[in-house]
Design a protein around this ligand. Structure first.
Ligand code: SAM
Length: 290
């Protein structure tokens, strides 16, 4: 156990000064300076000393250090080359961390897991995500279908709420369906701006996504399912009938859309935000059987 963790204001300032490091806003660099918050986050992930952990964006290593202390091996992807010598220095005491200098959006996670996380019992992703690309990162990980069992990530509160939202709430939309099709999503806690350096403009939350073994609904054509969900939320205040008419005006006649809706028993005057995932699946499967 180190005398002082990396995640303190004093050590963070010391590291930044030693390397003359300046934050890049364009890379979403807001470092955590509170080890208690990190330990709280880790307590919410089911990791053990035999688990493997993937981290996105280690920064100067504050979360990486805590993950190394609580798991068997940490594999961290960092895009900013300037941080590599810093991480070599701050994490020198740990022999169970592998840093990969790569844009995580371009990474082949399955290959990385096979190469670097061989003798672990389970794999989890834990990250304080760069806020400019939270949704693309999460969707790319989900769609790659990896061994990752859970993802526990810090992101903007508003986005976390949208991802975990239930029907008939303001936050519920196509993002909620996309995320919940692959995972069970829950907001674990809110995190104040004061635990970051520099402080972001927004409040953050920790979101936990647990991978589902199979999707909660049966859809005939996934791509079409997601298009229909998207279509129903284009204008939140419009009825699903009007949204569908608008979205599919090149492909379907008004009468055809009416007939499809009739076969599902879903009232066309409802709004997208009132439809459950089951109902969206029913609607999409009715379109697929046309
Ligand atoms: N984990 C550190 C912490 O909690 O203090 C830093 C988190 S900071 C919010 C986000 C980190 O992600 C930065 O280190 C940034 O350079 C890195 N990053 C940004 N875009 C990335 C990308 N596309 N791939 C990998 N890392 C990225």
């Amino acid at each position: 156990m180190p005398k002082e963790f990396i995640a303190t204001p004093r050590r963070t300032k010391e590291v930044l000064k030693k390397y003359g490091f300046s934050f890049k806003k364009s890379l979403g660099q807001n470092f955590i300076i509170d080890a208690n918050i990190l330990q709280n986050i880790i307590a919410n992930v089911n990791i053990t000393s035999s688990s493997g952990v993937i981290e996105i964006g280690p920064g100067i290593g504050s979360l990486t250090e805590q993950l190394a202390l609580h798991s068997k091996k940490v594999l961290a992807f960092e895009i900013d080359q300037r941080l590599l010598p810093i991480l070599d220095d701050t994490l020198a005491a740990y022999d169970n961390i592998q840093i990969i200098h790569e844009d995580v959006l371009k990474a082949d996670l399955n290959e990385a897991i096979q190469l670097h996380l061989t003798d672990v019992t389970d794999v989890h992703l834990v990250a304080n995500l760069p806020y400019y690309i939270t949704t693309p990162i999460l969707m790319s990980v989900l769609q790659q279908q990896t061994e990752i069992q859970s993802m526990t990530v810090m992101l903007q509160k508003e986005v976390a709420e949208r991802m975990a939202a239930v029907p008939n709430t303001k936050a519920y939309g196509s993002l909620s369906i996309a995320v919940q099709y692959y995972t069970e999503a829950s907001v674990v806690m809110d995190v104040p701006r004061t635990v970051f350096m520099p402080q972001p403009n927004v409040v953050s939350s920790v979101l936990k996504l647990e991978k589902r073994a199979t999707p909660p609904v049966d859809v005939v054509n996934e791509e079409q399912f997601f298009s229909i969900v998207q279509a129903c939320f284009v204008h939140r205040r419009k009825t699903i009938r009007n949204n569908l008419l608008n979205y599919f005006k090149e492909q379907y006649e008004k009468e055809e859309i009416k007939q499809i809706l009739d076969t599902t028993g879903i009232d066309g005057i409802r709004r997208g935000e009132s439809l459950t995932m089951d109902e969206f699946a029913k609607l999409a499967n009715a379109f697929a059987s046309q």
